[in-house]
Design a protein around this ligand. Structure first.
Ligand code: GDP
Ligand code: MG
Length: 321
């Protein structure tokens, strides 16, 4: 693995004595360098983002995404050995950690952009994106909303990583974020975003729904989809969230086991519960396998990577003006 995380959007604190305020900064030079590479610039693009509150295992999960990506799209040896990796190898990539300090601020992408040539002739570039934790105590609601909105606008798949269950709070936040994003985009009457993937960590209510995609579907039916099941007070909220995305899915993950609480835990597979590993093996291809990739579209048109840069710049300006 040669790549590294690249910060494309950062949040900077600015103290003007009376109050502190945050400004977003776009790292345009790095983006230009990455996206203008001859090998990728004419490709359509699939952008997979993971977002949600901080310290909920987003970067940790993305590092397993990376293992799949290198095995499948770089070394092309998915079937030869277990892509999930060596039992004793520390987990590397996007930086993840214990403790209560957050790590990622703003939006990061993995510097290696992965390539896939579809047998139908379509040439695809795949980008993995990590997003700063939302609602931590030292950034304001507006900055959080901006970062989440931007990552939703840039991505073709937004993975909303949440702890334990889908709560009314989560839906409210989602509604706020997508509202910000809608305002920044032209209103074309179409659904503005492509796929929303809820990922529930540490699912405990197995009597209600089993782990995995099937259980996720059941939970989604109850909280978001079925009018006769979801609470009446969430009516408008659910409709708003549903009308923003083309496709909504949900996956229920088991708890990784108590090994993660050890002070010397380095993310080795041997310290994770079998059940958790099984569900990583199941979930990750649902997002990253060639047949499941979603190409980024804007106003119904597939986007090439050099245009993505233009859009990022435009969106970014609309937030910082
Ligand atoms: P992020 O801020 O959301 O990116 O969180 P990190 O990826 O940095 O992980 C924060 C902590 O959560 C680490 O100590 C991980 O060991 C731990 N962690 C990772 N996955 C899970 C999970 O599924 N459940 C729980 N409870 N903890 C996890
Ligand atoms: Mg992180």
């Amino acid at each position: 693995m040669q790549g590294k995380p690249m910060q494309i959007i950062s949040i900077c604190g600015e103290d003007d004595s009376s109050r502190s305020r945050c400004i977003l900064q776009l790292n345009e030079d790095e983006l230009n360098k990455m996206f203008m590479d001859e090998k990728i610039k004419d490709r359509v693009v699939s952008v997979i983002s993971v977002a949600g509150a901080f310290r909920k295992g987003k970067s940790f999960l993305l590092d397993f995404f990376l293992r799949y990506m290198y095995a499948k799209y770089v070394h092309n040896n998915l079937s030869e050995k277990d892509w999930l990796g060596d039992e004793n190898a520390p987990l590397k990539g996007f930086s993840w950690r214990g403790g209560s300090q957050r790590d990622t601020t703003g939006i990061l992408i993995w510097s290696d952009i992965f390539l896939y040539d579809n047998p139908n002739g379509e040439k695809v570039a795949i980008i993995l994106m990590d997003t700063q934790g939302t609602f931590d105590c030292d950034s304001t609601m507006k900055d959080c909303a901006n970062v989440f909105a931007l990552s939703t606008m840039i991505s073709s798949v937004q993975i909303f990583n949440i702890q334990s269950n889908i709560q009314k709070d989560d839906l409210q936040h989602l509604q706020l974020f997508t509202e910000y994003a809608r305002i920044a985009m032209e209103n074309t009457g179409k659904k503005p975003f492509q796929k929303l993937q809820f990922l529930i960590r540490d699912w405990f209510h197995r009597d209600e729904a089993p782990f995995g995609a099937l259980g996720g579907k059941q939970l989604l039916e109850q909280t978001l989809i079925r009018k006769d099941k979801r609470p009446e007070e969430n009516e408008q909220l659910c409709e708003n969230v549903k009308s923003s995305f083309n496709e909504i899915d949900c996956y229920l993950m088991p708890q990784p086991g108590y090994g993660i609480e050890e002070p010397d835990f380095r993310g080795c597979l041997k310290d994770l519960r079998g059940e958790f590993k099984e569900h990583l093996r199941d979930f990750i291809p649902l997002i990253l396998a060639p047949e499941n990739l979603i190409i980024k579209e804007i106003n119904g048109e597939k986007l090439k990577i050099d245009h993505l840069l233009t859009y990022i710049r435009l969106y970014f300006e609309s937030f910082n003006s």
